[in-house]
Design a protein around this ligand. Structure first.
Ligand code: PMP
Length: 420
């Protein structure tokens, strides 16, 4: 029952600090877009491991591959040694993702997480150019280690570093001052001007859509302009696709339809397929200047990650998969647009695209209230943005129509309750 459940949760909080204040229960099992807790209560998951579960919980095809691999005594851990699992992954990634898109990248395994790929990208850019400064953007989120945190715009998180964060220059992201001001022109002017006080940067790092920073989305023309500025000043363009990659925005890479070609792409989260830690840094061949041993990491050889990732990529062999993402994204968009029209005094804007969309509220605390009420009614979702003003929906891409509809209905009900 609920009391017992809270007891277990509170005991865990006090003894081991699970840290999760938002979802106060203890979860047991999960399947695709649903999770169960110790009381057998079922939840719909519109959080999807912060983007690590694009293929849902316990995808049966991926699970079978993992179990088979374990039963065959497949190598589980191998640092950076070559294994069959790694080879299969690399060949499949090339065949399924890079080649059909005409992309040529070398794949670097930077360590197990998103922050590791960002660190390696920043290091690569600095090593290639011999410069230190990195341009990053307002409301960017790139990770929690020193280098990636120095490119992260969140003041609360930056304070946790306990050290001065250096080597970066923040610029306004697209739309920061509203639609009428082109922030790429500001960037260009400041970099062109030897009197601006800005050291010529090694790279620009950006998210095409800011997942943690409030679902701000850069336009294709802004991205192309930023790319041109990079070329003009011999800076590398790094796209952090840790959260937006693997189909979150509707295409495998979030930048695919924008016409830009990043020098470096950061991937993690859903590349691991099953929620298993895995990260890749894609580097244009001419920038691959690492010597053996110069950048290493014990868990770069997470073979279970390779096995899961290889099977997950099979989704991208099917044309219907992308069509289905588009169709379901439209369902989400239609629903949120209707809610925005019904609650104009509360909802200021619908943001995001594809399988990452959200409602921004005039009063920021409304977003948390909606999420809290939704959780009470069996839906898991999080807030986003500098003021936590956006209620963010990011279900698994594989969510069933019926479950998606149920989740959206819970949001509608939550809105009704908290605005009454
Ligand atoms: N970059 C982006 C865009 C992210 O969203 C995140 C995680 N939210 C990271 C980097 C860091 O990833 P990790 O938490 O795996 O270190």
């Amino acid at each position: 029952d609920k009391t017992n459940n809270m007891n277990v949760f509170n005991q865990m909080e006090s003894e081991v600090r699970s840290y999760c204040r938002s979802f106060q229960t203890v979860f047991t099992t999960a399947s695709n877009a649903k999770m169960q807790d110790v009381n057998g209560k079922s939840y719909i998951d519109f959080f999807a491991g912060a983007g690590a579960l694009n293929y849902g919980h316990n995808d049966s095809r991926i699970r079978t591959k993992l179990i088979d691999y374990l039963l065959e005594d497949g190598v589980a851990h191998s640092l950076d040694m070559a294994t069959k699992a790694k080879e299969n992954f690399l060949l499949t990634f090339n065949r399924t993702i890079l080649e059909p898109r005409g992309l040529q990248y070398k794949v670097m395994f930077p360590g197990p997480t998103g922050t590791n790929t960002v660190e390696s990208a920043l290091k690569t850019a600095r090593k290639v150019t011999g410069r230190t400064n990195i341009v990053c953007f307002t409301n960017a989120f790139h990770g929690m280690t020193q280098g990636s945190l120095s490119a992260t715009g969140n003041r609360f998180k930056r304070a946790g570093a306990g050290l001065p964060l250096s080597g970066t220059t923040f610029m306004p992201y697209d739309g920061y001052f509203g639609d009428s001001i082109d922030t790429s022109a500001m960037l260009e002017k400041l970099l062109d001007d030897p009197g601006s006080g800005i050291d010529l940067p090694a790279a620009v790092i950006l998210e095409t859509l800011q997942g943690e920073g409030g679902l701000n989305r850069a336009s294709a023309s802004w991205l192309r302009k930023v790319e041109q500025i990079c070329r003009k000043h011999q800076m590398l363009l790094i796209v952090d696709d840790v959260q937006m990659g693997c189909g979150r925005t509707g295409t495998f890479f979030s930048f695919e339809d924008s016409g830009i070609l990043p020098d470096i792409v950061c991937l993690s989260k859903s590349i691991g397929g099953y929620g298993l830690p895995l990260a890749l840094t894609l580097i244009k061949p001419e920038h691959d200047i690492w010597s053996p041993g110069e950048h290493n990491g014990t868990f770069r050889g997470n073979n279970l990650g390779f096995v899961a990732a290889t099977e997950a990529l099979r989704y991208w062999e099917s044309h219907t998969f992308q069509k289905e993402i588009k169709r379901k994204s439209d369902v989400i968009h239609t629903c949120l647009s209707r809610l925005a029209a019904d609650y104009p005094e509360w909802i200021s804007e619908i943001k995001g695209m594809g399988f990452i969309q959200g409602m921004s509220f005039h009063e920021p605390e409304m977003a948390s209230k909606v999420c809290k009420e939704a959780f009470h009614n069996g839906l898991i979702m999080e807030t986003s943005g500098p003021f936590d003003e956006v209620a963010k929906l990011m279900p698994p891409l594989t969510i069933e129509d019926e479950v998606l509809k149920q989740g959206l209905a819970i949001i509608e009900r939550a809105l009704k309750t908290v605005t009454e």
